[in-house]
Design a protein around this ligand. Structure first.
Ligand code: GCU
Length: 421
């Protein structure tokens, strides 16, 4: 990581947070307050989405011109409590091809379609479980000793290295399917000018990289989540109206962007997502826009660089991203020792998204103060928890998310209008 991205060079002093004012989540660009759901849905929601596309994540295209599905493997897992299915999605377009491998565990106990949790992983399907039947991913991976990556490739020793972050048995025993894929199958996580991954499937003749307002790598990952959901719509064992999208850290930013864009995700869970995720950029606490664009120039669209050291001039802040999930349940999760991701900024963004939920007749977060570490608050559709510990995903996080999902992840109201995108 370049030194300008070093967590040790960041501000962690609350008294040094600059004074800032946030864009009102219910006021449009022309300055008019929106006070009914119709005006929000048909006016403000598309306007804010467009602002995030143009200024932060870039516009993403629709599905590939051709997608084919290949079943790689199926078998029983977890002593017969789950059906394991490995599927390869092939994407074709503009003379290019790429593929992504899904790993699914579906509870066998239910004879009905089950709700699911979907999330991308940092190191591949083989890393989320010790199940030896899971295929080892052979794609490029970021260097990581602990994940046993050698020469940018996973090794047999990489199996299960992230298993503690995926409470698969708990998820299955609670009646949910787990659907996961490697983020790098959609776009490897390095700055290569977008020559690999799914971007080239959409280049116009002569185009070699996205325009300044077109998708970067987070956009490609979010695109991938949407394509996985397309596939789940064809799987009779999954209740595709009850799919929660979950992500940690850079993939928490991704889960929020996917869930904001695509109303088919019935619930959104962002964990320790920080800058460009749930945290308010205007606080400049921990990681800032300049630092993230410096260290990870490929994550956001080029236009986002205009806000390096100039957060107040960005027309949106991240509470509005959370507001775009309304009225669906959204769960923002932080950890006490994760200053780089600014837990307080994540909490405040969840608070300031509240008016959008109130407009829809739902209670906002309802926490007047930053809560104590080790407490979870998911009574309302905007939920928040502050885990005690470091930047990570733990079984405690999953326990809270599954409790919240049990409470809020109902089939999408068939009378609710959905915006086609
Ligand atoms: C870095 C980056 C964060 C990101 C994190 C992660 O720390 O600066 O923005 O969330 O990596 O994805 O683990």
């Amino acid at each position: 990581m370049p030194s300008n991205a070093s967590p040790s060079h960041a501000n962690y002093d609350e008294t040094l947070v600059p004074e800032y004012s946030l864009p009102d989540a219910l006021v449009d660009e022309a300055g008019s307050a929106v006070d009914d759901v119709g005006a929000w849905r048909h006016g403000l929601r598309p306007e804010i989405l467009r602002l995030f596309e143009q200024n932060v994540y870039g516009c993403m295209p629709g599905p590939a011109s051709q997608t084919t599905v290949q079943v790689l493997e199926e078998g029983l897992a977890l002593d017969g409590r789950a059906l394991r299915r490995q599927i390869r999605l092939h994407f074709h377009g503009s003379g290019a091809h790429s593929h992504a491998d899904l790993l699914m565990y579906v509870p066998t106990a239910s004879s009905h379609a089950v709700p699911a949790v979907m999330g991308l992983s940092f190191f591949g399907n083989h890393a989320v479980t010790h199940d030896p039947a899971v295929q080892l991913n052979s794609a490029w991976m970021r260097p990581d000793k602990q994940a046993q990556i050698v020469d940018h490739r996973a090794t047999e020793a990489s199996r299960g290295v992230n298993a503690s972050r995926w409470s698969i048995e708990r998820i299955i025993d609670r009646g949910y399917a787990l659907v996961t894929a490697y983020c790098g199958d959609f776009d490897p996580d390095y700055d290569d000018g977008y020559a690999n991954g799914v971007h080239p499937l959409f280049y116009r003749p002569g185009q070699t990289q996205p325009a300044p307002d077109e998708w970067g790598t987070i956009g490609a990952w979010a695109w991938g989540l949407r394509r996985i959901l397309d596939h789940l719509e064809t799987d009779a064992q999954i209740d595709h109206r009850r799919v929660a999208v979950m992500g940690h850290s850079r993939l928490g930013k991704t889960a929020l962007w996917a869930g904001a864009l695509d109303e088919r995700f019935a619930m959104v869970i962002s964990n320790d997502s920080g800058c460009g995720g749930a945290a308010l950029s205007r606080r400049r606490f921990g990681e800032t826009i300049a630092r993230i664009n410096g260290a990870f120039p490929h994550w956001f669209c080029d236009n986002f660089r205009a806000y390096n050291e100039a957060e107040p001039s960005c027309p949106v802040d991240q509470h509005q991203l959370i507001g775009l999930v309304a009225p669906r349940p959204v769960y923002v999760a932080s950890a006490t020792d994760d200053g780089w991701a600014d837990p307080r900024g994540e909490y405040l963004a969840a608070v300031h998204a509240g008016p959008v939920y109130a407009l829809h007749g739902h209670s906002p977060l309802g926490l007047a103060e930053m809560p104590q570490g080790g407490t979870a608050h998911y009574e309302n559709r905007i939920a928040y928890h502050l885990r005690i510990g470091k930047h990570d995903v733990t079984d405690w996080d999953w326990q809270q998310w599954l409790d919240a999902a049990d409470r809020h992840l109902h089939p999408v109201d068939s009378t609710a209008e959905q915006q086609p995108r």
